[in-house]
Design a protein around this ligand. Structure first.
Ligand SMILES: Nc1ncnc2c1ncn2[C@@H]1O[C@H](COP(=O)(O)OP(=O)(O)OP(=O)(O)O)[C@@H](O)[C@H]1O
Ligand SMILES: [Mg+2]
Length: 282
């Protein structure tokens, strides 16, 4: 009997120490896993950061080199005896590159602010139809010169939307700009805007251009993501327009959906709420 009692005591002590070492082992494993996850996360963050910096310096350096190169040619006019046509061409190339540089710098500042959550909207009452008209006016010459067809169905009963007019205009400019840029001559750009009864304003920007696969859409939504390297010369953009548009729409409490098929075209659907759940949110 005494032996038996001792036996039970011993086995419960053994069980106890086994449980303690098991829980210590589990704890050690969890700590190791957490450390490994934190290490991977920080490596990923560093990779993203260095990719961002390398893209950014490329985007800044390329137009800056054009500014330096062509302005140097202009400054050597005395020796080179440039023709009037050359002078005009070089000066306009300098202007092009400097304008592009400014756009890239503004876009980089925007995307950094949007990602760090420090972007502040300047709210007002926005008439989406007017914003769309202004954007289309901006592209009208390019649309005609490229030989594109434009079809517009903007409902005339669109309600006033609480939002940042300049940022919504920037959003539509980026999206319509893409439709124009990635649609070859003879193609069609179609803009629709409707008000869903009692609900959102839905703007669709569709084109019959080069289109994208599912994987390419994911790339396109990432900052600096350009799908087709052959089309991504600096003049054609830096791959920031779409992620900025998406982040700005998100900030308005809306959403962007992209439907696209390679070689057939793309439709970008922007959904914007006409009421804010939290009036302080905007
Ligand atoms: N409508 C579209 N049709 C086909 N491809 C598109 C379309 N919109 C975007 N893309 C693809 O997604 C990429 C990213 O678009 P985004 O607007 O971010 O950059 P970008 O137009 O190249 O440059 P940026 O807008 O900064 O001037 C584009 O380079 C293009 O490959
Ligand atoms: Mg773009």
């Amino acid at each position: 009997m005494l032996n038996a009692v001792i036996g039970v005591g011993e086995s419960s002590t053994l069980m106890g120490s086994y449980a303690v070492s098991l829980s210590e082992a589990v704890l050690r494993r969890r700590t190791r896993d957490a450390e490994r996850a934190a290490k991977i996360e920080s490596q990923l963050a560093n990779k993203i950061k260095s990719e961002f910096i390398s893209n950014m310096s490329h985007e800044l350096r390329t137009p800056l080199n054009s500014v330096l190169g062509f302005s140097k040619l202009l400054s050597e006019h005395e020796n080179r005896k440039l023709s009037d046509d050359d002078i005009v061409e070089y000066a306009s190339l300098v202007q092009d590159a400097a304008t592009h540089l400014l756009t890239v710098i503004n876009n980089i500042l925007d995307i950094s602010k949007l990602h760090s959550g420090s972007f502040i909207l300047d709210p007002s009452d926005v008439q989406i139809a007017d914003s769309l008209d202004d954007c289309l006016m901006h592209f009208s010459r390019q649309i005609t010169e490229t030989g594109l067809n434009l079809v517009c169905n903007i409902a005339n009963d669109l309600p006033i939307l609480p939002g940042d007019e300049q940022k919504l205009r920037q959003t539509f400019t980026n999206l319509i700009g893409n439709a124009v840029k990635f649609t070859p001559s003879g193609g069609t750009i179609k803009i629709d805007a409707i008000h869903e009864p009692g609900g959102d304003i839905v703007v669709s920007i569709a084109d019959t251009g080069v289109g994208m696969s599912e994987e390419e859409i994911r790339v396109a939504l990432a900052p600096f993501g350009q799908v087709d390297a052959s089309r991504s010369r600096w003049r054609e953009g830096s791959g920031l327009g779409l992620p900025i548009a998406k982040a700005l729409v998100d900030l308005h409490g809306g959403s962007i959906v992209i439907k696209s098929a390679k070689g057939q075209g793309t439709e970008v659907i922007v959904r914007l709420p006409t009421t804010q759940e939290d009036p302080e949110a905007i």
